[in-house]
Design a protein around this ligand. Structure first.
Ligand SMILES: [Zn+2]
Ligand SMILES: [Zn+2]
Length: 389
């Protein structure tokens, strides 16, 4: 049984006991009724069989302390059985909430209670009488996209194919067969509301004939079986802002599933995957771009003004001071990735000192002179001395 049964069925009445009945009273009454309606004693009587099932269901809830408590709470909160939940696959009921929330955690009614009570009590008295079923916001949708390194930095527009539920194209969401139209529900005269009096309260509830829609369909659309809803695929253009990072989730407000009965659309969430730079030239570190550039030994030792590529622009000049060690990183301000606030990150340039593979005679002579000029200092001297403690 589903939680919706809790609201529709009066288990106490089924078992013929008072709401405050003790466990013993419930058990006694159940046994008496179960004997009376047991299929063995009523062979070939479907009515008795149905009764027997109802009795068993009622007993399974009321005999279990925890479930009985949940049942009582649900009925206290929601008006003691006056509420009819929309059936699954119906053209849409009045309430869009999840009873699982209510029963799932610690017995608290949770944030959706207000929503629900708005539906149950909001039109109490039934005096206005013309209220249609409430609009329903469209669902949020999640999808993924892959961006090139460059597009992620600069921002781009991507085409996204989305599959989701929307109005049936054949009947345009009416649920009625082509050439026919739904007609106004004769029970509620199109209001979608039924009402029910309990003591001094008048509860309004979705009309049972049309399930709150206000319309009934005589010849259902074959495509959607009268639901008016169908799965469809649409393609949308989505603007991806500059500077998104790999794994980031972007919210596109109002680009989710369309709402029902004039409700607003849901939101679209796009999970972004960013590909590495095609030549491995740049990497990303937050809003900074990183790059490793080769420099010659002479440039590192003597200092130099070098040119470094930048993303999407002219190369930038970078001064390498004399005596720059291998692996040192220099910061070029403002040459990184655009941030949300419009400012830019930096480009971090790391130097990688190159050792020549081959030397011509002139270079060899020069290096030998260099070696002689710097002789006398063994860079490993300290290490050798300290190796054995
Ligand atoms: Zn249809
Ligand atoms: Zn109706």
């Amino acid at each position: 049984m589903s939680t919706k049964d809790y609201l529709e069925k009066d288990y106490y009445k089924t078992l013929g006991v008072a709401k405050g009945a003790s466990t013993d009273e419930i058990k006694k009454s159940y046994r008496k009724l179960a004997r009376k309606y047991h299929p063995d004693a009523n062979e070939g009587d479907p009515k008795a069989e149905g009764r027997f099932k109802e009795i068993s269901e009622a007993y399974s809830v009321l005999s279990d302390e925890k479930r009985r408590k949940e049942y009582d709470e649900a009925r206290t909160l929601f008006g003691g059985g006056g509420v009819r939940m929309p059936g699954s696959g119906s053209a849409g009921g009045n309430y869009n909430f999840d009873l699982g929330d209510l029963f799932g955690s610690s017995g608290s009614a949770g944030g959706r209670l207000g929503d629900l009570l708005g539906g149950v009590f909001g039109r109490g008295g039934g005096a206005t009488g013309t209220t249609q079923a409430r609009p329903r916001r469209g669902a949020d949708v999640e999808t993924e996209t892959s961006l090139s390194f460059s597009d992620a930095i600069d921002g781009t527009t991507v085409s996204l194919r989305l599959t989701g539920e929307g109005p049936c194209k054949v009947c345009r969401g009416t649920g009625a067969k082509a050439g026919t139209v739904p007609r106004v529900c004769p029970t509620c005269e199109g209001t979608g509301q039924g009402s029910r009096n309990l003591g001094s309260f008048a509860f309004s509830e979705p009309c049972k004939t049309c399930r709150g829609r206000g319309l009934v369909v005589d010849d259902p659309c074959a495509e959607c079986s009268g639901s008016g809803r169908a799965m469809s695929t649409r393609t949308i253009q989505a603007r991806i802002p500059a500077g998104v990072a790999d794994g980031q989730r972007i919210k596109l407000a109002g680009k989710g599933a369309s709402g029902e009965r004039g409700g607003p659309p849901g939101d679209l969430y796009v999970r972004v995957h960013v590909e590495p730079h095609p030549y491995g030239t740049f990497s990303r570190s937050g809003s900074n771009l990183t790059i490793t550039v080769p420099v010659t030994f002479a440039e590192a030792a003597l200092g130099a003004e070098i040119k470094v590529p930048s993303h999407g622009g002219m190369p930038v000049s970078l001064r390498i001071p004399a005596g720059t060690p291998n692996g040192r990183t220099f910061r070029v301000r403002g040459k990184g990735v655009r941030r949300k606030d419009g400012t830019f990150g930096d480009m971090l340039v790391t130097v990688n000192v190159q050792v020549p593979h081959e030397l011509n005679d002139k270079a060899r002579d020069a290096l030998e002179s260099f070696r002689d000029a710097t002789a006398g200092g063994d860079p490993r001297a300290e290490m050798l001395k300290n190796a054995n403690g």
